[in-house]
Write a protein that binds this ligand. Structure first.
Ligand SMILES: Cc1cc2nc3c(=O)[nH]c(=O)nc-3n(C[C@H](O)[C@H](O)[C@H](O)COP(=O)(O)OP(=O)(O)OC[C@H]3O[C@@H](n4cnc5c(N)ncnc54)[C@H](O)[C@@H]3O)c2cc1C
Length: 400
């Protein structure tokens, strides 16, 4: 970690110490940008897990996060989708197998605590990276520099600000970037489970009338669960005694993994969405949940953020090669143009999948079932869906 000199102006200030902010700060500091991470001290444990696809793992590998993490993660070799809607039109079961794409696995499931601890340690040790362990309370966007004021009265100056300060981003608001917000009539009940049968590195997703019920492998005979329910249904699950809840979840999983025992306490997250109307402004870019939020369905949120970071890194390296200021207008315009379609198309896809489960409208049920049927029967279509699920653009190369 670099020492901070008074009045020093940084190339880049990253605001927010969640996974988005820390991975961005590491990535940019390693590219020799004088970087400051303004993030309050990390608090508490996060028992959730995050599934990251191969392209994201490649970024973690490049910035040194993967080596200390790999042994604690679980590969996702197959993904099984089961229609459990009990509706008139039901889809056949579909299994997506990473072997079909010539790769060993689609990605890995990682405990958020493990990821966060590795990120914090690496940020502390990274050259070119200064950490200011405070929140930002005000930002002034000038023509040459941005000045951030922290809660303890420090002033931090930088030529570009990367806002990674989450869904209620103060930086985004200060820059007067509007957002579109929406809510779903659902909550995600999240917990980790021990089970008596092996998961064989297979993730299983039941499509139920209230949303997906997804079991994702963890090391040993453990899995993480994201159970999307109505608000009322979520409240009922959260009120249950541990043993009753384990039995109820096992029933919903049709005992595919044998008997369940809770490994963590359940938490619930209301399902909501947010998209910023722009992803850049004067000397500012938005990444992560400051730019886009959608329900935890299909493991897309942080994967999308890592693509924000990869695009930003490439654009900044090109600007540097041309001796351009990192906050130059062309940098901001290129970032805006690069990120817009990926963010909008992912948001629409997750929204459509979720809504297609909730609706009783027959034509939508038929379309969803037909999609699953063709995915099961037609190899090239199935492979296209697998690639698209991991990253946009069916020509995406899977070699790491
Ligand atoms: C149940 C659940 C399961 C999920 N599963 C997956 C998955 O499997 N795969 C996937 O890709 N994604 C998944 N996601 C999405 C993923 O968790 C999020 O995309 C990710 O956590 C967002 O990280 P972030 O850093 O953008 O935001 P946050 O984690 O919210 O971090 C924002 C940070 O900014 C800080 N901050 C706020 N204001 C200020 C300020 N003024 N000054 C300084 N700092 C500030 C906060 O303290 C916080 O540390 C899941 C989400 C949920 C809810």
């Amino acid at each position: 970690m670099a020492r901070r000199k008074p009045n020093q102006a940084f190339d880049i200030a990253v605001v927010g110490g969640g996974p988005s902010g820390r991975i961005a700060a590491l990535t940019l500091a390693r590219e020799d940008f004088k970087t400051v991470l303004v993030a309050p001290n990390p608090v508490g444990m996060d028992g959730r897990t995050t599934a990251l696809w191969q392209k994201s793992i490649a970024l973690l590998e490049k910035v040194g996060v993967w080596a200390p993490l790999e042994s604690k993660t679980t590969p996702l070799r197959k993904m099984r989708m089961i229609d459990d809607t009990n509706r008139l039109v039901r889809s056949p079961e579909v299994v997506f197998d990473s072997n079909e794409l010539g790769i060993e696995c689609f990605g890995f499931n990682i405990l958020n605590n493990d990821l966060n601890l590795v990120l914090e340690e690496l940020c502390r040790r990274q050259d070119n990276l200064t950490i200011v362990e405070e929140s930002v309370q005000a930002a002034h966007f000038g023509s040459d520099l941005v000045e951030l004021q922290t809660t303890d009265g420090q002033s931090v100056k930088a030529r570009l600000v990367v806002a990674a300060d989450g869904r209620n981003s103060l930086i985004r608001e200060t820059a007067r970037i509007d957002v579109r917000r929406w809510a779903y009539p659902q909550e995600a009940v999240v917990l980790n489970l021990e089970h008596t049968l092996p998961h064989r590195d297979i993730s299983t997703e039941f499509h139920t009338p209230t949303g997906p019920f997804t079991l994702v492998p963890l090391p040993g005979r453990k899995s993480s669960l994201v159970c999307v329910e109505t608000a009322e249904g979520a409240r009922r699950l959260l009120a249950m005694e541990d043993e009753d809840l384990a039995l109820e979840l096992e029933r919903r999983a049709h005992s595919v993994l044998g008997k369940f025992k809770l490994a963590t306490k359940p938490q619930s997250f209301p399902l909501a969405g947010l998209t910023a109307t722009r992803f850049s402004a004067n000397r500012l870019v938005l990444i992560g949940e400051a730019a886009h939020v959608f329900p935890p369905i299909g493991a897309q949120g942080l994967n999308l953020t890592l693509r924000d970071i990869m695009d930003l890194e490439r654009i900044l390296i090109m600007a540097k090669a041309k001796h351009q200021d990192p906050g130059a207008k062309t940098v901001l315009e290129t970032y805006e143009a690069k990120r817009t379609s990926d963010i909008h198309s992912r948001t629409r896809a997750v929204d459509a999948l979720n809504r297609s489960l909730l609706t009783d409208f027959l034509p939508v049920q038929v379309a969803r079932s037909a999609g699953m049927y063709f995915a099961g029967k037609i190899g090239p279509f199935r492979r296209l869906l697998m690639r698209e699920g991991m990253a946009p653009g069916s020509l995406f190369r899977l070699n790491r």
